[in-house]
Design a protein around this ligand. Structure first.
Ligand SMILES: C[S@@+](CC[C@H](N)C(=O)[O-])C[C@H]1O[C@@H](n2cnc3c(N)ncnc32)[C@H](O)[C@@H]1O
Length: 407
């Protein structure tokens, strides 16, 4: 019954949204950003709820939006002007006399630090949504909970046993980066300095500098030495922390700018769907990064993720499995044991291994995937049910192979 009501409300809102957007040219409609669309929906929903056309609930009402933090006093002049322009556009679309531009601009600021990216079970982004109840949850770089989506429904799942009275925390940003990178991202979008145990433990210490150099810095130019580089005292070059070899700033700058240029070209090539060319480009980038970065570099990890995606598109399953396995040590290093991305990587690995006839390896990978994803995604979702079916099939196949060998 609840589902039917929710669908009816959704339909009424959708119809009103289509009517409101019909006044815009097709070009203008296409150029509307996700946050502009979300704002239009927010006001239309408020109108329908005020007119009691759709119900107001404890978790879905405009009063909850009013209570959200907006950080208006922290944003700069340029951003304020942009929000005011966006607010004018919303007003143009809605033609509602009671609408207040300042209030809409303030709501855009609220969206920036409260809205969530809605993802599918494999964490592919689908859109943006505002979930005021979820927005009361604070951030940690080593959170005890995860936000996932089941369709449009936001679900917060505990990643560990949370003692009574302990604050529930999720992560707002990609947590693979160094402390400095994470802090910068949180400061720029959410206006706070994170003091979670991961940030507090190491910030500014030598251990932290080493970690940044591993994840985001450069490596020794001697192929046989995997040492990290730190800037020398007169800032002319970088010194290997293992063998003491100096690598010139110029050499690093040249390779780094080649990599940057190639990454831009490869991503454009990929966006045109030219997978073969993109795979060649990403392999060149990988080779350059192997000369430049530490094996646990995040940039190298990202290049390999792109290669994995491209090879899947090209149906090069063997190549995809190679990259899936190459990525795994980096994931294990940057993500905790229970993390959706790690679980999904085990799942991809298991599916490829099974498809390529490596049944025993597939069983191991799928078992690890189940161990993680049953916690992050829940056991009663169709996504995890499918995974359990695959694991059963792989086990049945292994048993069958064994019985044939015995026979
Ligand atoms: C989605 S809201 C979270 C709920 C918010 N604390 C509240 O009281 O409404 C995001 C904002 O909360 C604050 N916040 C979130 N996590 C924090 C943390 N770990 N430390 C300090 N402030 C945090 C920041 O101001 C951030 O922009």
């Amino acid at each position: 019954m609840l589902g039917v009501l929710a669908r009816k409300s959704e339909w009424k809102l959708h119809r009103l949204e289509c009517q409101a957007l019909a006044g815009l040219s097709k070009d203008r409609q296409r150029s509307l950003t996700p946050s502009l669309r979300l704002m239009v929906r927010l006001y239309l929903k408020r109108r329908l709820q005020n007119e009691q056309v759709i119900p107001t609930t404890a978790t879905d009402n405009y009063n909850l939006v009013e209570a959200l933090v907006d950080h208006m006093s922290d944003i700069d002049e340029k951003q304020l002007v942009l929000y005011a322009q966006m607010a004018n556009l919303v007003n143009l679309i809605l033609h509602l006399p009671e609408i207040n531009i300042k209030e809409i601009a303030q709501n855009f600021s609220k969206l920036a630090c409260n809205a969530h990216t809605i993802c599918d079970s494999e964490l592919r982004p689908l859109g943006t949504g505002l979930y005021p109840v979820v927005s009361i949850i604070n951030h940690s770089c080593s959170p005890n909970s995860f936000l996932v989506f089941e369709g449009r429904q936001a679900v917060v799942r505990a990643g560990e046993l949370i003692p009574k009275g302990t604050e529930v925390l999720i992560n707002y940003i990609e947590t693979a980066g160094s402390t400095a990178t994470r802090q910068k991202a949180l400061n720029e979008q959410y206006f706070f300095t994170c003091s979670c145990p991961r940030c507090k433990k190491v910030c500014g210490l030598y251990e932290d500098i080493q970690e940044s150099a591993t994840l985001e810095g450069y490596r020794c130019k001697d192929d046989k030495c995997n040492g990290l580089l730190l800037r020398d005292s007169d800032d002319k070059g970088f010194i290997c922390q293992t063998c003491g070899l100096v690598r010139s700033k110029e050499e690093i700058k040249t390779i780094a700018s080649d990599v940057k240029l190639m990454v831009e070209k490869a991503s454009t090539t990929l966006s045109y769907g030219n997978y073969l060319e993109a795979s060649a480009m990403y392999r060149t980038i990988e080779q350059l990064q192997l000369k430049l970065c530490h094996p646990f570099s995040i940039n190298l990890m990202r290049t390999r993720e792109s290669l994995l995606k491209v090879l899947m598109e090209l149906e090069d399953w063997r190549g995809a499995l190679t990259y899936c396995r190459l990525i795994m040590p980096a994931y294990k290093r940057v993500y905790p044991d229970i993390h959706p991305l790690l679980g999904l990587q085990y799942y991809t690995c298991g599916k490829l291994e099974w498809f390529l006839g490596e049944t025993d390896s597939a069983i191991k990978s799928l078992t690890k995937a189940v161990d993680v994803l049953r916690i992050t995604h829940g056991t009663n979702t169709s996504f995890v049910s499918d995974l359990l079916v695959r694991l059963d099939e792989a086990r049945a196949e292994a048993a069958h192979k064994l019985s044939l060998e015995d026979g």
